[in-house]
Design a protein around this ligand. Structure first.
Ligand code: TA6
Length: 301
């Protein structure tokens, strides 16, 4: 039984909620239903937020867990079925259309065993430019000592809906040069920095340069081993067989907005997704849920 508390606040131009449950604190914005930060009292953050984050309407906030939908990344690098949903694919922005618009808060339920939040977006009530399809998204977040994130897409139209998507999660790490991602051994991955060639992961993934890979056939359990901070961040997913691993490293960091020159050292994106051969084609009326649960455990001495 833990205490919970919910507070609505304005951060720059954005309406946000600060939610506490026991020793956990979550900050989430109405714009994009974007988780901005998540941490346990007295511990380093789990979810990373840029120290240069800007809170402006119509602009993404660097960090947290942006929702990429109804496509991930560069639309023109998506399978043709996803591109065909858009009327002007060569002008489409990266990472879809819903991270920069207000979602509707349906409710926040605080209880002794956890706090549940639910946000909704509907293309029927908030049409998307050049993407004329009826669909609804729900984002549910539960705090109960862990954080559980569930993104459910519902095809409200009479025709199939082909989408790619990702929970573009930024994790805080002590130093990207000293961490490893466990669970990817044997997975195929697309090396987007080397002509999108397909390779295979051998062993744990360590970082010694810019990394921007799309892993396929991914398992439900991944983890970030951080010996400096003496913790392992566990990631348990469902509804996803693909994940994007990204760190900009030194040079790309200079070109990123809301990103300090040395910020690359303290962050790592592991983005559970439905991309490439894991896109989802929803039949009329069909739903699909992509979910991730995350928590940190101290390394046994
Ligand atoms: O998820 C990796 C990625 O596609 C990178 O290539 C980089 O562009 C990153 O997303 C950040 O994208 P954003 O549009 O949020 O700056």
């Amino acid at each position: 039984m833990a205490k919970s508390h919910v507070e609505r606040l304005e951060r720059g131009e954005l309406t946000c909620w600060r939610v506490r449950y026991g020793a956990s604190e979550l900050l989430i914005s109405q714009q994009g239903a974007q988780i901005l930060s998540y941490q346990e009292d007295g511990q380093p953050p789990l979810i990373w937020l840029s120290e240069q984050a800007a809170y402006r309407r119509g602009q993404g906030v660097r960090g947290g867990v942006p929702v990429c939908w109804p496509w991930f990344g560069n639309l023109q690098r998506n399978p043709q079925a996803v591109q065909a949903m858009h009327q002007q694919p060569d002008t489409a922005p990266a990472h879809g259309l819903v991270r920069h618009i207000d979602w509707q808060l349906l409710g926040i339920d605080s209880g002794d065993d956890g706090v549940d939040l639910e946000f909704a977006y509907s293309s029927v009530t908030q049409p998307l430019a050049d993407w004329p399809h009826a669909a609804e998204l729900r984002l549910r977040i539960r705090l109960d000592g862990r954080m559980h994130i569930a993104l459910t897409g519902h095809n409200l139209s009479e025709t199939p809906l082909a989408i790619s998507q990702a929970l573009h999660s930024y994790f805080a790490v002590s130093d990207i040069r000293n961490v490893a991602v466990e669970g990817l051994h044997g997975c195929r991955y697309i090396e987007t920095l080397d002509d999108w060639q397909t390779r295979e992961q051998a062993g744990v993934l360590r970082f010694n340069g810019e990394t921007d890979r799309i892993y396929l056939d991914t398992p439900t359990e991944l983890s970030i081993l951080d010996r400096t901070w003496q913790r392992r961040i566990h990631l348990h997913s469902s509804g996803s067989q693909s994940a994007v691993l990204w760190n900009p490293w030194i040079d790309k960091a200079q070109r990123l907005s809301q990103f300090a020159a040395d910020a690359w050292q303290g962050m790592l994106c592991i983005e559970h997704a439905n991309v490439m051969d894991d896109i989802r084609v929803l039949a009329a009326g069909e739903q699909h849920q992509l979910s991730v649960s995350l928590w940190a455990e101290p390394l046994s001495a």
